[in-house]
Design a protein around this ligand. Structure first.
Ligand code: SF4
Length: 149
């Protein structure tokens, strides 16, 4: 089922291109929840066992739907994967990172999309993502199966 937004403001598409400035990966507390596919990909990419990966990089977060797995943060709130040159596992980064900024919470209205301008320099820049591509992201986000313990 397509989780479309009624009367989307992005009929002509939206410009976005990540310049890997790392603003969204650092300094502010938050969660990067992992899906089942994320966990499999990251375990394979790092060459760790699942047990070692979970204990090294993940924390358990209690939500109303159960216990989810999020990446850890450092004491300064940088993502545990962030090192001086950026994300050390960028090619295998979690779906939550790959799908940003095409999350339904930012796509309901132009005003919500524009709130991203205050911190993400990639908004409004680079290639145009068509309405179809954006709706494909919304659908993928709604279908992603998060890892629950
Ligand atoms: S803030 Fe925007 S441009 Fe910077 S790393 Fe995050 S998504 Fe990319």
């Amino acid at each position: 089922m397509i989780s479309k937004i009624a009367k989307p403001f992005y009929l002509e598409g939206l410009r976005f291109e990540c310049n890997r400035c790392s603003v969204c990966c650092r300094h502010t507390p938050g969660y990067v929840f992992l899906s089942l596919k994320d966990l499999e990909l990251l375990v394979s990419f790092t060459g760790m066992t699942e047990e070692t990966f979970l204990s090294s990089y993940c924390r358990e977060i209690v939500t109303i739907r159960g216990i989810k797995i999020s990446l850890k943060e450092k004491a300064n709130y940088d993502c545990i994967f962030w090192e001086k040159d950026g994300c050390i596992y960028y090619e295998a980064r979690p779906f939550q990172c790959r799908s940003f900024p095409f999350w339904k919470q930012y796509l309901g209205t132009k005003r919500k999309w524009d709130t991203l301008l205050s911190f993400c320099p990639g908004i409004g820049k680079g290639q145009i993502h068509t309405k179809e591509e954006i709706e494909e992201w919304i659908e993928k986000v709604s279908q992603e199966e998060y890892y629950y313990k």
